[in-house]
Design a binder for this molecule. Structure first.
Ligand code: ADP
Ligand code: TYD
Length: 209
């Protein structure tokens, strides 16, 4: 008998609390005895982690918009082949901090309208969508100040202006409508434990289906 796992992703603007919530959900499910793989994009496999440094560090116009789409897709394909797919086939719960919806937003919206290109490449090379996507929604000003407080070298995308951050937020909310069967929107502007409680509830009802 082949068992199939569950693929859960977290999405949202920078600093909304995705990594925090992904980690807390993994701890919660492990405490319930579930087999969990916690991973992230860009990255999540050795090759994709190397691509992560290429796309997140350095000058903001280091890559053309089109080259950037290809680099994120290459990282995703490697991550899918080597980490996500094997874990799902082994019946595990995969929790991923960002996935293709981030490309639909960041590469699709930030430097012109490239959403159709992102979608075409996804259809050709990735195909897989998550079973459940949790959108941590929040106001970009708060998200941006949380993200900047981290002080890392991975800043190529963190200096988007306020207008673009608002556009990203609105874009994620409209993606949630477009893929209403798998998206759940959770208000991230509340204390960490309150958000985590809502996330755990949404995941419990999904797993009970
Ligand atoms: P993301 O992965 O979405 O960029 P993080 O989980 O890394 O966000 O959170 C960014 C920063 O905000 C971290 O310092 C984290 O501790 C803090 N943080 C996360 N969630 C909350 C929350 N609900 N309230 C206050 N601070 C938070
Ligand atoms: P991440 O480490 O999740 O940043 P944060 O914790 O600040 O949310 O992701 C790094 C950046 O990569 C983030 O600014 C969004 C960007 N990104 C894309 O542009 N396209 C993608 O497909 C992915 C997965 C991430």
């Amino acid at each position: 008998m082949t068992s199939t796992g569950t693929f859960i992703t977290f999405e949202g603007i920078d600093g909304s609390g995705k990594s925090t919530q992904a980690r807390m959900l993994a701890d919660h499910l492990r405490a319930l005895g579930r087999d969990v793989v916690l991973t992230r994009e860009p990255g999540g496999s050795p090759g994709a982690e190397e691509i992560r440094a290429l796309v997140l560090q350095g000058d903001p116009d280091r890559w053309s918009a089109e080259t950037e789409i290809l680099l994120f897709a290459a990282a995703r394909r490697d991550h899918l082949e080597r980490t996500i797919q094997p874990a799902i086939e082994a019946g595990k719960i995969v929790i991923c901090d960002r996935f293709a919806d981030s490309s639909r937003m960041y590469q699709g919206l930030s430097r012109g309208d490239l959403r159709a290109t992102v979608d075409q490449l996804h259809k050709l090379m990735i195909k897989r969508e998550p079973d459940l996507t949790i959108l941590i929604d929040m106001d970009p000003t708060t998200g941006h100040s949380r993200a900047k407080a981290r002080q890392t070298v991975e800043e190529r995308f963190e200096d988007f202006g306020a207008d673009l951050q608002e556009k990203m937020r609105a874009g994620f909310l409209s993606l949630a409508d477009e893929f209403a069967d798998r998206f759940h929107v959770i208000d991230g502007a509340r204390p960490i434990d309150v958000v985590a409680h809502d996330v755990a509830d949404v995941v419990a009802s999904h797993l009970a289906k």
